[in-house]
Design a protein around this ligand. Structure first.
Ligand code: SF4
Length: 313
């Protein structure tokens, strides 16, 4: 699975399944209950992105008002460009590895490494350039640091993929490329999901879609308590779109203390409390946008809020 170690995930899942069996998720809070409250939105006039609702820097949801009613985008920042670039490079490396295995069915891990290591710098530059063109230009120094981080991430994941490729070939001597890819590499990166019926966008992107009944979300910034809400939003959308239960959330925090990334992982059950909290935020956001009401500012604004310089200047 490249980033997630199967034996670790299995151990964690055993504990999470115990937790889930003690407090099962209520049927009324599953995404397939999209035609009944509380999952059913009170209006279908507006669709939100999961990140838009789950990124709860602002207690009063003034960020929703600024974005949706006043059309003010958060000022561009290195953090935003970095997040997009690192997501892009992770998607790119997974795509390149799969393409290579399908195109070279008699290859081994070393062939994969030899061919794809050469593409790392070009793909890293491209990932940063794409992120800059959607958010804003970085200084030369910031650009170079981010390219290095993307390249470190690319090389790290590529080496993991080559090792997993060899292990899979060695274990399953008669497996076809399709099966090998499925075992060695995450099943789908940036999986599209239609969240329309639960009040979300029709083209949501789930970072990694796994066979574990879990949502995997990758974060590139600081650990925030509200990040688990992202998994609740995607769980509701996937349950509605695919009719399969999503019980667990894994948040992967990508950090750079060395030349290679390290991953800190939070595992949790996507239970009733989290689902209710997400749905309440969705309904409150809907009310703000439909009425055009400014919900006002909280008594304290965190300085890391993307709108800090807009509201508190
Ligand atoms: S700066 Fe304050 S009021 Fe504005 S969006 Fe952020 S938390 Fe809300």
């Amino acid at each position: 699975m490249l980033i997630l170690e199967k034996s670790d995930v299995d151990k964690r899942l055993k504990l999470l399944r115990d937790e889930l069996s003690q407090r099962p998720t209520s049927e009324e809070l599953r995404g397939w209950n999209y035609d009944n409250p509380p999952v059913q939105p009170f209006s279908h006039s507006i669709k939100f992105g999961v990140g838009e609702l789950a990124g709860r820097y602002c207690e009063t949801l003034r960020d929703i008002y600024l974005k949706r009613i006043l059309n003010i985008k958060p000022p561009p920042s290195l953090k935003m460009v970095r997040g997009i670039a690192l997501h892009e490079i992770i998607k790119d490396v997974i795509f390149e590895v799969k393409k290579f295995i399908f195109n070279n069915p008699s290859s081994v891990g070393l062939d994969l490494l030899n061919e794809l290591l050469l593409k790392g710098l070009e793909l890293s530059n491209s990932a940063v350039n794409r992120a800059e063109s959607s958010i804003g230009r970085l200084s030369k120094e910031e650009h170079e640091t981010l390219v290095r981080e993307c390249l470190g991430t690319y090389n790290f994941l590529l080496i993991q993929a080559a090792a997993k490729y060899d292990q899979t070939l060695s274990k399953y001597r008669y497996a076809e490329p399709d099966s090998i890819v499925n075992i060695a590499v995450p099943p789908v990166a940036e999986r599209k999901v239609d969240g329309t019926f639960v009040g979300l966008s029709s083209e949501l992107s789930v970072d990694i879609y796994t066979p574990y009944n879990a949502i995997v979300d990758i974060k590139t910034g600081e650990v925030r308590k509200f990040h688990s809400l992202t998994a609740a939003g995607y769980a509701l959308a996937v349950e509605c779109d695919e009719n399969i239960p999503i019980d667990f959330g894994f948040i992967l925090y990508l950090k750079f203390e060395r030349k290679i990334p390290s991953f800190q992982i939070r595992y949790f059950v996507v239970g009733d409390e989290l689902r209710r909290e997400f749905l309440e935020i969705r309904d409150e956001a809907l009310e703000i946008v439909e009425s055009g009401r400014d919900p006002g500012m909280p008594s304290r604004c965190p300085e890391f809020c993307p709108y800090y310089t807009v509201c508190r200047k």
